[in-house]
Design a protein around this ligand. Structure first.
Ligand SMILES: Nc1ncnc2c1ncn2[C@@H]1O[C@H](COP(=O)(O)OP(=O)(O)OP(=O)(O)O)[C@@H](O)[C@H]1O
Length: 238
């Protein structure tokens, strides 16, 4: 349960001449929730995109489930991304032409789940996140916060071993934000899902077992490792 599922080793990345990440090491284990914190522009989203295989590091390596990930070709990387990762990105990558439920069931359909089963599972997740009554609406007909919860439902629907979430509660009030955080905690505890969560908010980070603090593209601190599958589970939901 507590093996390493995702690792960034000595990661470095530049946009043009500007170095935005430098010598960053991260190790993510099954069943833990890790908050990535730091000032605006410190490289949090870039780190998440590197770990997701959506950006290639200029320097360093990404390992997913014990296998090198960043050097795979686009097709292999997409396949592994679909099966092994769930995403919630800041600038939602849901498909606007599809309904909420079609968006949420998409990973399952791509993985070959039968339509009725995929729909039932999508509704289960939408219900958990308090948006099932909007399931049949097009994405363009729901609010930003409702779309964000649909994105969280889609990230969790196929129970991937790792979730990468960039400000997943950014458009939500405290109560709906807690529905999202509770869904992550449940996935970590019940399925051993690892959740890497970028956030500005201490209140949100307090749900994580530990945090990684970035400043100017470097890791400058972080709390001691914790994990939500063990004795610490009760203390993080306070
Ligand atoms: N596509 C890009 N091209 C050029 N520069 C970029 C690009 N994306 C990000 N940057 C720059 O890289 C730096 C790190 O950006 P990043 O989005 O990773 O920071 P962040 O910590 O997630 O910020 P925020 O909290 O504001 O979302 C910033 O200075 C940003 O302006």
């Amino acid at each position: 349960m507590n093996g390493i599922v995702l690792e960034g080793r000595r990661l470095g990345h530049s946009y043009g001449p500007t170095r935005v990440l430098d010598d960053v090491d991260v190790t993510i284990r099954a069943g833990e929730i890790v908050a990535v914190m730091g000032p605006s522009g410190s490289g949090k989203s870039t780190l998440l995109h590197l770990l997701a295989g959506l950006l290639k590091p200029d320097v360093g390596e990404v390992w997913l489930a014990g296998q090198r990930f960043d050097t795979l070709g686009e097709r292999k990387r997409s396949e592994r991304r679909l099966k092994e990762l769930g995403f919630v990105f800041q600038f939602g990558d849901l498909v606007p032409e599809l309904t909420v439920e079609e968006n949420v069931e998409l990973p399952l359909r791509l993985l070959g789940t039968r339509p009725a089963q995929a729909r039932a599972r999508a509704h289960e997740m939408l219900d958990r996140l308090g948006v099932v009554e909007h399931a049949a609406k097009r994405l363009s007909e729901v609010s930003g916060g409702q779309a964000q919860r649909a994105a969280v439902a889609r990230a969790l629907v196929h129970t991937p071993p790792v979730i990468l979430a960039d400000e997943p509660t950014g458009s939500l009030d405290t109560t709906t934000g807690e529905l999202v955080l509770e869904a992550f905690v449940d996935a970590a505890r019940d399925q051993g899902t690892a959740v890497v969560l970028v956030t500005h908010e201490l209140r949100v980070a307090s749900w994580a077992g530990r945090d990684i603090l970035l400043r100017d593209g470097r890791v400058v601190g972080g709390s001691a490792a914790g994990d939500l599958t063990g004795a610490s589970a009760g203390s993080v939901s306070a």
